[in-house]
Design a protein around this ligand. Structure first.
Ligand code: ADP
Length: 166
């Protein structure tokens, strides 16, 4: 039984992440999507909102669960009984930092190995940052995130702009 952890900020989840989740779920027995709580970046969405968007958009994949974690990913993986870490690679620019993270994790816990999935070409440009920026200006993000996430983004920015106007 191979259990894998797919860690990230998912602020918010995009079609790029979902592509990696679906493909990983075909290769391993269980994928635990692990949402980082204490990210140094200030997230747009609360932890509960990020979890809800992931649950909603992965609910049709039986072997995927969504959890949250704080601290080191290797500690979370150990507690969850997972020996595989999933990461996505978009471009060469991702490679250097991802290799550093994978090697650090392996040295912290030699039982853990990282499995990389290269992005499907149509999502190579996609990041949560890009999606947030396009949504902020009210443009069409239907090719980037599922409808549920798009609705959450537009509601969030509408709310923020209303607060700014007050
Ligand atoms: P982090 O804050 O850890 O970078 P992200 O939520 O941005 O978290 O990303 C989590 C993982 O998903 C990373 O391995 C990242 O490279 C991967 N990823 C993000 N966007 C894409 C995409 N469009 N295609 C493939 N992998 C992606």
């Amino acid at each position: 039984m191979i259990k894998a952890v797919y860690p990230g900020s998912f602020d918010p989840v995009t079609y790029g992440h979902l592509d990696i989740i679906e493909r990983a779920a075909r290769v391993v027995d269980q994928v635990i999507v692990a949402v980082l709580v204490n990210s140094s970046k200030k997230p747009l969405f609360t932890i509960d909102e990020r979890v809800r968007m992931l649950q909603e958009t992965t609910k049709k994949i039986a072997n995927v669960t969504v959890e949250t974690f704080q601290g080191l990913t290797v500690d979370f993986a150990r507690k969850a009984g997972a020996k595989v870490m999933i990461r996505g690679l978009r471009a060469v620019s991702d490679f250097e930092s991802e290799m550093q993270i994978a090697q650090t994790n392996h040295s912290l816990n030699p039982d853990i190995d990282t499995m990389f999935f290269t992005t499907s070409l149509e999502y190579a440009f996609l990041s949560s940052t890009i999606v947030r920026e396009v949504a902020f200006y009210g443009s069409d993000i239907s090719g980037m995130v599922p409808d549920y996430v798009s609705g959450m983004l537009h509601a969030k920015y509408k709310n923020e702009k209303e607060i700014d106007l007050k």
